[in-house]
Design a protein around this ligand. Structure first.
Ligand code: GDD
Ligand code: MN
Length: 414
């Protein structure tokens, strides 16, 4: 009987990226006790891997002793992360290591790790300690509480990013917004679809051919899995201490590719279902509030810019009129259109945060409004009031949808 040395590398699965309902028999040695498999995808994390393995082992040895495994999936890192991880195996009996030499990419690494996993709950955490390991205990409790998927989110209470530049925040939120436009029914289910830190029941993604590209494995699980109940736990994305992020523009292109691929894989029915889910009542209220804002906007535009009153320049008048309309609309939307959601976030700083976001979203809409107004007024027909009405109608749909998805939305953090 050939004994498998305690530090042998895992066999690398090939073929389709499909997770089986049960752990693969050939690897199922000792699988009856393993409940939770956590994949740590690594690329050039030789300086981090010991730290993350030791912290995770300490945490899980206390929380779920002997019923978990850590699976490092390394893509043949030039700094030989796989070799460092392999050298830790004798000390950490729950540690398994895979070295991929013919496939690369974060998402596929995670799935290959899940293919050799023995647990009924599968998870992923970055290998660079930017995801606080202790949040894992809350994620596991959420699954024990009945959730199918538990996501560590930067965008719920207790969440955040350590010190990201404005550009990084803008890009991250922009990517999320793009996803909401292309895949509303998928990305709107969580507040942080960009998160790479979550755990999911094997049954939700079993027997489904996954086909991710790039970094965002969570949208693949949401888009192709059978996930019913979702829990979110706030976490603060930490500063990297060692090594550097591998995110380049390539990941952003791959993300777009991934969204389009998922969009094309969604049937017409799901699109129809999404239409059915359109919150029309709320939109009608938002429209009525917007109408009151139009009066404020028009009245001030007249008072400020009409030759028979103050006769100020058109754009300057428009900006002042629009800001007063924005304040009017925020107060009414917060108290009526989105009152049910706003009442779950009553703290003054939450209201201020919503007002600030409302302003940013509406100012984005204002820029759109001024552009459309000038476009129509200068190139289509020179009636400023009709041009303004058309511009306002277009921007109203924009403002409603973005505010609903990125501003007033609240996620029940379980
Ligand atoms: N196996 C493998 N192959 N691992 C990879 C690869 C790869 O091609 N690229 C990156 N990784 C590993 C890194 O070693 C790290 O452990 C983790 O994936 C995240 O990579 P980073 O390069 O550190 O990404 P980040 O810090 O910008 O984090 C962003 O992406 C993460 C993954 O989606 C953020 O959006 C995080 O929230 C997210 O978890
Ligand atoms: Mn990182």
């Amino acid at each position: 009987m050939s004994l498998i040395p305690c530090n042998s590398l895992l066999p690398v699965p090939s073929g389709s990226l499909q997770i089986s309902e049960l752990p693969p028999a050939v690897l199922a040695v000792g699988s009856d006790s393993i409940q939770f498999s956590l994949v740590i995808p690594t690329y050039n994390e030789a300086t981090n891997i010991q730290g993350i393995v030791s912290i995770l082992s300490q945490l899980l040895d206390q929380f779920i002793p002997g019923t978990y495994e850590l699976i490092v999936v390394d893509d043949d890192s030039p700094d030989r992360t796989w070799e460092v991880a392999q050298s830790l195996m004798p000390e950490y009996s729950q540690l398994r290591v895979m070295r991929r030499q013919h496939e690369r990419g974060l998402s596929s690494a995670v799935i290959r790790g899940w293919q050799v996993a023995r647990g009924q709950v599968l998870g992923v955490i970055d290998g660079d300690l930017q995801h606080p390991p202790q949040v894992l205990l809350q994620l596991l409790s959420a699954i024990a509480g009945g959730a199918d998927l538990a996501v560590a989110s930067r965008h719920v209470q207790g969440g955040g990013v350590s010190s990201w530049s404005f550009m990084r925040r803008f890009l991250s939120r922009g990517a999320q917004l793009l996803g909401l436009i292309l895949l509303p029914g998928v990305l709107e289910r969580v507040s942080d679809p960009m998160s790479g830190y979550f755990i999911v029941r094997r049954s939700c993604i079993a027997n489904v051919i996954l086909n991710p590209v790039g970094y965002k494995i969570l949208i693949e699980v949401l888009g192709r899995g059978k996930v019913r109940q979702i829990a979110e736990v706030g976490y603060v994305f930490q500063e990297r201490q060692e090594g550097e992020s591998k995110v380049t523009w390539k990941q952003y292109i791959e993300y777009l590719q991934h969204l389009i691929r998922l969009r094309l894989s969604q049937g017409k029915m799901s699109l129809f279902r999404q239409r059915l889910g359109f919150p029309s009542t709320r939109f009608i209220r938002f429209g009525l509030v917007g109408l009151s804002g139009v009066f404020v906007d028009m009245a001030l535009l007249y008072l400020l810019s009409d030759p028979s009153t103050l006769g100020l320049p058109l754009t300057r008048s428009k900006i002042i009129a629009a800001e007063f309309a924005i304040i009017n609309n925020f107060l009414l939307n917060d108290r009526w259109t989105f009152a049910d959601i706003a009442n779950e976030q009553k703290h003054w700083y939450q209201r201020c945060k919503r007002f600030l976001k409302f302003n940013i979203i509406c100012l984005g809409g204002l820029i759109l409004n001024v552009l459309i107004l000038n476009l129509i007024f200068n190139f289509v027909f020179a009636n400023r009031y009709i041009a303004n009405l058309i511009a306002i109608a277009i921007v109203t749909v924009w403002n409603f949808w973005i505010n609903l998805k990125l501003n007033w939305r609240v996620t029940q953090v379980k």
